[in-house]
Design a protein around this ligand. Structure first.
Ligand code: SF4
Length: 284
């Protein structure tokens, strides 16, 4: 990622919330950043709730300590997603040197217990990402992963990693960088993208972009404070992008022609509450 990084100001956030509140969208407070690093996360969730909006986020769980857990629960959060890299402790720890998966599990367990003690209902979801081509060969690790998290989250999933260019990935225990040019490209006629039809993605500095895949803000549609979100949503650039997607002409867009959707095999396996490797059904 080459764009500048930073923290969204509260004024930017409240401007967004005030504008979208009548439409009741779901707010997802993350995009290529770690939300728990933002000191105002609880305040943001509380403000969104005051305006009648549900706000959730996805975290790596490293900073989910006692104080943050309590602050988040007091803010009114109703859903916390935790992403872990890989299925096993050793895999996780080689992708995130210096971090331990056992610590993440203890953080999540503590969030669960604190919520119960405070009488607060919060849905906790854990997701592990792996390479799609390993989804069949790693059934044993998946059963172990299910047992490892048993009794803590409400739901658990395994999904295919999105292959952004040069992303460092683990392949059967070996960390490596993968370049998109080394991967087989899917036929654009088979690609389905719904993102510009159901969301806008706003960077920390208020720049408005069309989708989660635009991590470097290459297609900036507007700026909070200069345009309304409705103007952007109904604007020419979004209309052109949607038309291009309907016509399956991804190659004609500079942004879309390098989208991970053209290189990654997307899948999600979802496991339900109180998972048990023997009797739980795997839903694809
Ligand atoms: S880059 Fe294009 S194809 Fe990929 S998610 Fe964004 S809009 Fe969809």
């Amino acid at each position: 990622m080459r764009r500048e990084i930073g923290m969204m100001k509260m004024l930017t956030f409240t401007t967004i919330v005030d504008e979208v509140a009548p439409w009741r969208p779901e707010l997802r407070l993350f995009n290529f950043g770690e939300p728990l690093m933002h000191p105002g996360l609880g305040e943001m969730i509380r403000y969104a709730k005051l305006r009648g909006l549900a706000a959730n986020f996805q975290t790596n769980g490293v900073l989910l300590d006692d104080n943050r857990s309590i602050a988040l629960l007091e803010s009114g959060v109703t859903y916390v997603g935790v992403s872990v890299n890989g299925l096993t402790e050793s895999e996780y720890e080689s992708i995130r040197p210096g971090c331990r998966l056992d610590d993440i599990r203890e953080n999540v367990r503590h969030l669960r217990e604190t919520a119960a003690r405070m009488g607060i209902s919060v849905h906790i979801h854990i997701n592990a990402q792996i390479l799609a081509d390993e989804s069949n060969s790693r059934r044993g690790d998946m059963e172990r992963y299910i047992r490892y998290w048993e009794g803590i989250p409400d739901t658990l999933s395994v999904s295919g990693i999105s292959l952004f260019d040069n992303i460092a990935v683990m392949k059967t225990g070996i960390s490596s960088k993968i370049s998109q040019s080394s991967l087989p490209r899917k036929d654009q006629a088979n690609i389905v993208c719904t993102e510009p039809f159901d969301r806008l993605v706003i960077k920390w500095d208020g720049r408005i972009t069309p989708c989660c895949a635009d991590y470097d803000a290459r297609l900036v549609l507007g700026q909070i404070g200069n345009q309304t979100l409705e103007e952007v949503w109904r604007g020419r650039t979004m209309a052109d992008l949607r038309r291009m997607i309907e016509q399956k002409k991804y190659d004609s867009s500079e942004l879309c022609r390098s989208c991970p959707k053209l290189y990654s095999h997307e899948f999600t396996m979802l496991f339900r509450k109180n998972i048990n490797a023997q009797n739980e059904k795997i839903a694809k």
